[in-house]
Design a protein around this ligand. Structure first.
Ligand SMILES: [Zn+2]
Length: 84
């Protein structure tokens, strides 16, 4: 990989107004919505893992379908949430 990925909490995402996260391949940055009313910590973490999987998909040029990116992100989120 070689390049560092930055994760930032932001009040306004640069795209996807209806999402809680955004992956910007050009700046290697994952943006996660800063906490706001009505958005649970669980949803923000779920968004983080979704965007993290976008970053892996792009960095390794895997060409995953968006549905699979979402499924893998959900799985990691669930594993970390339920681990003891
Ligand atoms: Zn996505």
């Amino acid at each position: 990989m070689g390049n560092d990925i930055t994760v930032k909490r932001v009040a306004h995402l640069t795209s996807d107004a209806n999402a809680y996260g955004n992956w910007d391949e050009s700046s290697l940055e994952i943006q996660i919505q800063s906490e706001k009313e009505g958005v649970s910590q669980d949803n923000l973490l779920r968004a983080f893992w979704h965007e993290a999987m976008h970053s892996v998909d792009d960095t390794l040029s895997l060409g995953l379908k968006h549905k699979d990116i979402d499924r893998i992100g959900q799985a990691i989120h669930q594993i970390l949430k339920t681990k003891r």
